[in-house]
Design a protein around this ligand. Structure first.
Ligand code: S3P
Length: 446
């Protein structure tokens, strides 16, 4: 997934947003649909698949391991499952691009294979910590080698069968949880995990959809090895993490009334809605439904004067990808917003505490990074623009680039957002969709 053009976003203020939109499919669910479809017996049909680079990396990795996959065409994908023991060694390293989800979840599956594999990533992924998956997989008997400090590339020497373990996750991470559960499919008994806080449960839900029993009891999640996955159909909801940009955009824009359709409402993902409501946002949910075990709803967002809050820590893992844009909400609120307990933000596609604080400060906003969060004194309450534009370095992080596009709604001048090509990892078509709702943003090839 290289050969990118270098892209800058040029974004400026807008005073009105309106319309109806459907943001692309959920990234987490799209990854998992390929992984589970690949090791299932039979043919899995997926619709609403996210055609972003991260999910395409997962797709290509399974193709490299001998799985036939058709698509994506208009979000439709067909995965011809090879069964639990049907993956084949790839002739080249599996390229996870920018995607931590690909690397961490696939390493769990590879740990249970009787062949060796190598997982590589781009510059951003190559800096991210993998010890968190190496530790439990080593306890299960796999041999994983990484560069110093547990950084990619990862060389995985699988073992069959793996040893079933109980693992207390040291951090609230759905990726680590999912890695252990997927490895647990290849273990000789019951593998279980406990998590320090509830994290997204798409793996558990989707495994159930493939006919695998995953039990969640008193905070412990367990899976018995050797269970066969039966192919199914998957309808991927719109990604609430992508919808989040427009939830904040419409909230801070002077005259906004927009509706986002078919947004995933899995309760382990809706922290953004809870936090924005605590800040005084005007959000209305309707058309509730359940698609393939995942709740969805339409979300109507109208302008609101947000207020600063102390963000409740239990909501942090439920909104973990939304903090870059929530910092923009806080910058536009009246009063102080304080985030704590979010040190995980430092090991995402970039150090999201440092990079966001730097960008907000460059716009003249009073933002102070802390070890595990941020303190922001918002400038809301004034009509018109509220701060100035700046040149932003998105540091290989799609969510930073989109967050400053939203920040531009209330900025004087033009926000120049560098490195915006990474937006394609999670939100292809972002500029077109944002423009259709009224944002002033252009994508410029450099
Ligand atoms: C994801 C889990 C989260 C999230 C990432 C996707 C997943 O990471 O930040 O974008 O699909 O499981 P962590 O589990 O490391 O917090």
């Amino acid at each position: 997934m290289s050969n990118h053009n270098i892209i800058e976003f040029h974004a400026s203020s807008t005073t009105s947003m309106s319309g109806l939109a459907r943001v692309p499919g959920d990234k987490s669910i799209s990854h998992r649909s390929i992984m589970m479809g690949s090791i299932a017996d039979g043919v899995t049909q997926v619709k609403g698949f996210l055609e972003g680079e991260d999910a395409l990396c997962t797709m290509n990795a399974f193709r490299d391991m001998g799985v036939k996959i058709d698509g994506p065409v208009d979000g439709k994908v067909t995965v011809y499952g090879v069964g639990l023991h049907g993956l084949k060694p790839s002739s080249k390293p599996l390229d996870c691009g920018n995607s931590g989800t690909s690397m961490r979840l696939i390493s769990g599956l590879l740990a249970g294979q009787d062949f060796d594999s190598e997982l590589v990533g781009d510059a951003s992924l190559s800096k991210r910590p993998m010890k968190r998956v190496m530790d439990p997989l080593a306890l299960m008997g796999a041999n994983i080698h990484a560069l110093e400090g547990g950084r990619p590339p990862l060389k995985v020497r699988g073992k069959r069968p793996l040893k079933a373990i109980h693992y207390d996750l040291p951090m609230a991470s759905a990726q680590v949880k999912s890695c252990v559960l997927l490895a647990g499919l290849y273990a000789d008994g019951i593998t279980s995990v406990t998590e320090p806080a509830i994290t997204r449960d798409h793996t558990e839900r989707m495994l159930n959809g493939f006919g695998v029993q995953v039990k969640t009891e008193n905070g412990q999640i367990s899976i018995e090895g050797g269970q066969v996955l039966k192919a199914t159909s998957i309808d991927v909801p719109s990604d609430i993490s992508s919808a989040a940009f427009f939830m904040v955009a419409a909230s801070i824009c002077e005259n906004a009334d927009i509706t986002l359709k078919h947004v995933g409402m899995n309760p382990t993902r809706t922290g953004i809605i809870d936090i924005l409501k605590l800040m005084g946002a005007n959000l209305e949910l309707s058309n509730h439904a359940v698609v393939g075990g995942e709740p969805v709803a339409d979300v109507r967002i109208r302008s609101a004067q947000l207020k600063g809050i102390q963000i409740p820590e239990h909501l942090v893992p439920l909104a973990i990808d939304e903090f870059p844009v929530l910092f923009v909400a806080a910058a536009n609120a009246i009063g102080q917003t304080v985030l704590t307990g979010a040190e995980e933000l430092r090991v995402k596609e970039s150090d999201r505490i440092a990079v966001m604080a730097k960008g907000l400060q460059a716009c003249g906003i009073d933002a102070t990074p802390t070890v595990d969060g941020m303190i922001i004194n918002g400038v809301g309450g004034q009509p018109g623009t509220r701060y100035h534009s700046a040149e932003i370095e998105s540091q290989g992080d799609h969510r930073i680039a989109m967050s400053f596009t939203v920040a531009a709604i209330r900025a004087t001048g033009t926000m120049r957002i560098k490195g915006a090509q990474t937006v394609d990892t999670s939100f292809p078509g972002f500029v077109q969709l944002a423009s259709s709702l009224g944002l002033n943003v252009q994508s410029v090839k450099i």
